[in-house]
Write a protein that binds this ligand. Sequence first.
Ligand SMILES: [Zn+2]
Length: 162
Amino acid sequence: MSKTTSTSRRPFRIGRAKTGLGLFATKLIRRGSFIVRYIGRMLPNRIADELDNKYLFEVNARWTVDGSSRKNVARYVNHSCRPNAEADVKKRKILISAIKTINPGDEITYNYGRDYFNAFIKDHGCRCAACHQKKLVRRSQHRSRKKRKGRKSRTRRTRTRN
Ligand SMILES: [Zn+2]
């Protein structure tokens, strides 16, 4: 298979995202369809544990895939707390597939899981679209709460007893 054929058959491209590079759909990707495989060398977990590498993907209790190679385009798929894809492990293969219909131009994301989130995202805050949206809502709620402050508080209804 020539390189050009394989690239044009892919339903995505690498592009600029909010948090660096990301993977974006170039074609409609239907829910449930396979997108890309997360590839890399297979390392025993005890060796992977020693590495300082953000692209380690643990596939089971013994093995981890080191996805840091640039050949692994799946490494460009960013984390989202409300993703449109998921990474599934089948016989030590990591397959990323759509869990929603993904439209051309949409960024492809999956949830990296709690361990990754706590290790790499939590401290500086998640910048996924869902969290960004939440932050905006919180900010506007805060603003309207401030506005309300001056007003008299609502009187609570008291039960009348005979
Ligand atoms: Zn998030």
